[in-house]
Ligand binder design. Structure first.
Ligand code: SAM
Length: 328
């Protein structure tokens, strides 16, 4: 079967993606570990480390599935908030009363720029675009606003406004698995700053300028209209907000590429058949990885959508890449 996107009409792709993730939802996490040899955990750790979560951050994780990235971001935000409280209690200066927006222009604080595998893409400076919100989504588990209060005057110590993380995914079954995982994790169970929202990356159910940061991990590859998803990411970000995408990319080293292809096309569908009883879904996943644009091409797409200071970092010889851009 050729699941190639050129042969599959757009709406058929969306429904096929829906079927694939409904089918794999319950075995998704274990398959991730098996297929990547646990590497997906390190890639996600790196994504969150590069994001540098800060106290009070309002974060959106799109195509968030079972919550792997969102939970990491939430934990990092809470850790930063505790640190901020300790600093304040010790009489030190807190950064911003709970808001420290990321900076695109400070190499000394940007770990992306200091790694051997990093490959910076170009930056340019045409104006960014913004559109208005489209549809409304269905909140599966909603939370309060995490107890946020308005920021006080700059002279008085500002009460810390807790951050929040929204997991958004088009597939309710993936979200349900994510909710179960959150409920079972003692450190985030009951955290009122975590919510799960069913929604499409192409028409996000959030108002303009709602979030400080946006991540999409192993998700944009599955979206039918990627340019629409990028435009939506820009729309829902606040000015200065950061977009980050972790996605399979292109291994360019000869020899390694052939080896990787062999592994992907033979081992993964078989593993999917054995563990998830669904080799066709995993065949689709492998095909979609192969068709995803290379690092430079995707960086250009991110820029064309209106993001600035666009960079990328290749990990594991280009098996995956993290792209970053700012709404400036
Ligand atoms: N981000 C998670 C992770 O890294 O483990 C899940 C990644 S999973 C490979 C891809 C997810 O993208 C699935 O949960 C799927 O339902 C979701 N997805 C596919 N198309 C989408 C769309 N148009 N809008 C939102 N989510 C979408």
């Amino acid at each position: 079967i050729d699941f190639g996107f050129r042969q599959v009409p757009r709406d058929a792709k969306a429904s096929m993606v829906g079927q694939v993730f409904s089918s794999v939802a319950s075995s998704y996490d274990i398959m991730n570990d098996l297929m990547s040899g646990g590497l997906h955990r390190l890639w996600k750790d790196r994504l969150v480390e590069s994001l540098r979560p800060f106290p009070g951050q309002e974060h959106l994780d799109v195509a968030g599935g079972t919550g792997d990235v969102a939970f990491r971001v939430l934990r990092a935000i809470r850790a930063a908030e505790i640190e901020e409280r300790i600093t304040a209690a010790a009489g030190g200066r807190t950064s911003s009363g709970g808001r420290r927006p990321p900076s695109p222009s400070s190499p000394s604080t940007d770990p992306d720029k200091n790694t051997t595998d990093t490959n910076a893409a170009s930056t340019s400076s045409t104006s960014s675009t913004s559109s208005t919100s489209g549809t409304s989504g269905r909140t599966i588990t909603s939370s309060s606003n995490g107890g946020r209060t308005a920021a006080g005057p700059s002279t008085a110590p500002t009460p810390l406004v807790p951050g929040r993380v929204v997991v958004c995914d088009i597939n309710p079954e993936m979200l349900r698995v994510g909710q179960q995982k959150a409920a079972a994790a003692s450190d985030i169970a009951g955290d009122s700053g975590l919510s799960f929202v069913e929604g499409n990356a192409e028409v996000l159910p959030f108002p303009d300028e709602s979030f400080d940061s946006y991540t999409i991990a192993f998700g944009i590859r599955n979206v039918t209209d990627r340019r629409a998803a990028l435009r939506e990411a820009l729309r829902v970000l606040k000015p200065g907000g950061r977009f980050m995408c972790l996605e399979f990319s292109q291994v360019t080293q000869p020899g390694l590429r052939e080896l990787y292809d062999m592994y992907s096309f033979t081992v993964i569908p078989r593993m999917g058949g054995l563990v998830a009883n669904d080799s066709a879904s995993y065949q689709y996943l492998v095909e979609s990885i192969r068709k995803f644009p290379d690092q430079e091409t995707f960086a250009r797409m991110v820029e064309e959508a209106g993001f600035r200071a666009v960079t990328y970092e290749s990990l594991t010889a280009g098996v995956v890449a993290i792209h970053s851009g700012f709404k400036l």
